[in-house]
Design a protein around this ligand. Structure first.
Ligand code: ASP
Length: 292
């Protein structure tokens, strides 16, 4: 049984297959390959893009989706997560898509080997489908190859599961990753680290901006995100006419992460990432539910 806890669950050949399938699905909508399949989503944290993207992807392939709302479920009555999961698995779904605040929850459930577990974001550790859709967006942008390209990841890196999964996958794909953040947002890492965004803009091909993960800060890290924005907001003054690809996993804090004007700029592919997310998740569901 194959799971997706993080992208290292996939071989290089499988990642190549995912990119090829996502590209093919984008070029032409596929037949309903998962017509008899049923997925359950179990989201213990808020989500706009990821949950709806999984649902759209599943439905485009003909699968059914059942959502369990944990705020109204028996976990509220003291049932353990493992028991809730086992009860869902007794209904024989073809996979469970889970988001949770704890880093190790998807792995714990995957180890039960009851149904394929798909991690839709866990703690600050892993968000593999975001990493894969970001990879797809860059591969598409650079005409098929990202090896040797440089990306600056900017913002609250230490709390970001997007950064953490992204760093592991993009390094594996041969990209050079630079970290740009004020000290409280910088993780321990062997990657090149910068406090100044302006210092790196001439040296990179891609800038990935990240939201401050306020819900993961035990106490507020900055009182004033206006002051933070002066140094880290991607705006036109900072960007100039450089040919950079600007990415952000969403939700964007407007005029703190990226300015209103840059969000409209063709160099900024935030909505393309959302579009590509559906195609990449279709490819992932096909791989896990059909091919594996
Ligand atoms: N949507 C992404 C996540 O779930 C990024 C974010 O929330 O800032 O981690």
């Amino acid at each position: 049984m194959q799971h997706l806890v993080d992208t290292d669950n996939f071989s290089d050949a499988q990642i190549a297959q995912l990119l090829a399938d996502a590209r093919a699905f984008k070029a032409q909508r596929p037949p309903q390959l998962l017509r008899d399949k049923l997925l359950i989503t179990l989201f213990f944290e808020a989500s706009t893009r990821t949950r709806s993207s999984f649902e759209v992807a599943a439905k485009r392939l003909g699968a059914s989706v059942v959502h369990l709302d944990p705020s109204r479920s028996s976990t509220k009555k003291g049932e353990s997560l493992e028991d809730t999961f086992a009860n869902l698995c007794a209904m024989e779904p073809d996979g469970v898509i889970i988001r949770h605040s704890q880093n190790d929850t998807p792995q714990i459930l995957a180890d039960l080997e009851m149904t394929p577990v798909i991690n839709a974001g866990a703690g600050n550790y892993a968000h593999p489908t975001q990493a894969l859709l970001d990879l797809f967006t860059m591969v598409e942008h650079f005409g098929g190859e990202v090896r040797g390209k440089r990306i600056a990841i900017v913002g609250d890196i230490i709390s970001s599961r997007v950064a953490s999964s992204g760093i592991r996958l993009l390094r594996r794909m041969g990209m050079e990753v630079l970290l740009v953040a004020p000290k409280p947002f910088m993780p321990l890492s062997d990657l090149p680290q910068y406090e100044s965004l302006d210092e790196v803009l001439d040296r990179v091909d891609v800038v990935m901006s990240l939201r401050a993960q306020l819900e993961r800060h035990a106490t507020p890290i900055f009182d004033d995100y206006g002051a933070y924005a002066t140094h880290y907001c991607i705006d036109h003054d900072r960007l100039g006419d450089r040919e950079l690809l600007i990415l952000h996993p969403g939700p964007v804090m407007r005029n703190i992460d990226i300015s209103d004007a840059v969000l409209q700029d063709p160099r900024c592919k935030v909505l393309e990432q959302v579009k590509n997310g559906v195609y990449m998740r279709m490819a992932i569901l096909k791989l896990l539910l059909l091919d594996a």
